[in-house]
Design a protein around this ligand. Structure first.
Ligand SMILES: Cc1cc2nc3c(=O)[nH]c(=O)nc-3n(C[C@H](O)[C@H](O)[C@H](O)COP(=O)(O)OP(=O)(O)OC[C@H]3O[C@@H](n4cnc5c(N)ncnc54)[C@H](O)[C@@H]3O)c2cc1C
Length: 447
């Protein structure tokens, strides 16, 4: 088998695996519903039982989707490697919308049917449910909190809230989940008896909540203790960005690859509450990691003031903007602005033929440009600097195209990192030049 065929097979396998994983979430939901039906959950003694049963099915599917959402954002390596951070986050968002609608259907149908059966108003019925136990009060509070989070997420999308404010509200989801869980185990008759359904739900909750606690809380603390990561140098760059070198023990055991990012939390008085994603701006070394940060807001501007010796808590490595995703031997690495950070790191392990395309306004404003040129010369890679004010596509008014700059681009992988609209234009151009969709890899520096 030729190298090209081997790459093509690997890419196809990866595509199937990723689609299959997303589909399997609905398969798990189907198993949940099947167990519910098998335990007599849909037994009908009067016509309204159909509607009531439908309400409970909606609740079961909603629960599976919420658990899948928790697993998807747990930063567990099996999720990150299988799907990639961006795709996992996108599925998390999609599932959230469906789950919330299903929760409303669940509560609506169950309440309406109970109210009709008991001959009460819906409001009186909602209050009457409190007699079943504290867990029903908690479940209703949980639904209220979910509603607040969904509403604020919609407002945020419209009015462009600051990330920190949105994130603070989003944390309410964890309280909402904790409030809703008990009613599933204590009220739902299907889950009380210790049978197959009970074990099914216990396994799902353990996987989701366990992954979350292990990979978002325990693992970063273990890494802190094991690697003793600290700021070793803060290096201002000529373009205004700042490189931060962090030293530590046995950093090769982190398993980080060029092109990946971590969530960094600098443990000093001003910064310990905030974690920010910054890509590795050179390949990881056994005793040091480096990031390069452009000042774009409070936290990124404050990086220049970091003190040497500050301890660093890191979550990751995250993302699949790496060599592992490659579908062909050659590559074109395209960067704009601070998007050069993962591209600079990827260049360290790029195989020939490799072309780096740097889109810059001017050399003076281009981060890490000297490093990229020196490294490219060492590795026999070509560097094309596209300089000048913005044109209509991704290049300047001269209308550069990838096909013209790299005539065999269609047989290479294209790695793109830069502002979202600019990267969209690069991707369009690459596709027009014949690069398959699976061979275009992107890292997004925002949402
Ligand atoms: C995967 C990834 C890799 C990145 N790599 C680099 C890099 O190598 N160098 C670099 O200079 N920048 C990088 N960024 C962008 C960087 O994370 C933001 O510029 C930084 O978090 C801004 O924080 P701020 O408080 O200074 O600015 P703010 O004004 O608070 O935020 C500016 C924008 O940054 C984003 N942002 C802020 N905080 C977070 C957060 N905690 N998580 C996700 N997004 C956030 C939001 O889109 C926000 O609108 C990367 C972003 C991502 C998602």
């Amino acid at each position: 088998m030729s190298t090209v065929e081997a790459y093509a097979r690997r890419t196809a396998r990866r595509g199937w695996w990723r689609d299959g994983l997303e589909a399997s979430i609905y398969l798990v939901a189907a198993v949940g519903v099947a167990l519910f039906v098998a335990s007599g959950g849909l037994l009908v003694t009067s016509p309204i039982d159909h509607v009531y049963g439908l309400g409970r099915v909606a609740g079961i599917v909603a629960a599976v989707l919420v658990l899948s959402q928790i697993t998807l954002i747990s930063r567990a390596p099996y999720v990150e490697r299988a799907l990639g951070h961006d795709r996992a986050a996108a599925i998390h968002t999609r599932l959230g919308k469906v789950a919330f609608i299903l929760m409303l259907v669940h509560v609506g149908l169950v309440l309406v049917m109970n109210a009709r059966y008991d001959g009460r108003s819906i409001l009186t019925e909602a209050v009457a449910l409190w007699d079943l136990g504290w867990f029903m009060v908690a479940a209703q509070v949980g639904l209220g909190l979910f509603t607040i989070v969904v509403a604020t997420s919609l407002v945020m999308v419209r009015s462009r809230w600051r990330y920190e404010r949105w994130h603070a509200v989003h944390l309410l989801v964890y309280v909402a989940i904790a409030a809703v869980v008990p009613h599933q185990f204590l009220e739902g008759s299907t889950f009380r008896d210790g049978g197959a359904a009970w074990w099914f739900w216990l396994a799902l909750w353990t996987l989701a909540v366990g992954s979350f606690l292990v990979f978002r809380i325990v693992r970063p603390l273990v890494l802190l203790a094991r690697h003793d990561l600290r700021v070793a140098a803060v290096e201002p760059q000529p373009d205004g960005s700042t490189s931060v070198v962090m030293s530590g023990r046995g950093l090769d055991r982190l398993g980080a690859r060029p092109g990946q990012f971590l969530l960094w939390r600098f443990l000093d008085r001003q910064r310990w509450t905030q974690a920010h994603p910054w890509s590795l701006s050179r390949a990881p070394r056994p005793d040091s990691l480096r990031i390069t940060v452009k000042p774009s807001g409070d936290a990124s501007a404050a990086v220049a003031g970091l003190r040497v010796g500050t301890r660093v808590l890191a979550e990751g490595p995250l993302g699949i903007f790496t060599d592992v995703e490659r579908t062909a031997p050659g590559s074109v690495l395209v960067a704009s602005g601070i998007g050069v950070t993962p591209i600079r790191a990827l260049l360290e392990e790029a195989q020939a033929p490799c072309t780096v395309v740097l889109r810059v306004r001017s050399r003076e404003e281009a981060p890490l440009i000297d490093e990229v040129e020196a490294l490219a010369a060492e590795r026999d890679a070509e560097v094309v600097v596209v300089a000048g004010p913005r044109g209509s596509g991704w290049g300047t008014a001269a209308g550069e195209s990838l096909g013209a700059l790299v005539p065999d681009v269609a047989s290479r992988d294209v790695y793109v990192c830069g502002p979202v609209r600019w990267a969209d234009a690069v991707e369009l151009d690459a596709r027009a030049a014949g690069v398959p969709a699976t061979a275009v890899h992107r890292e997004r520096f925002g949402w």
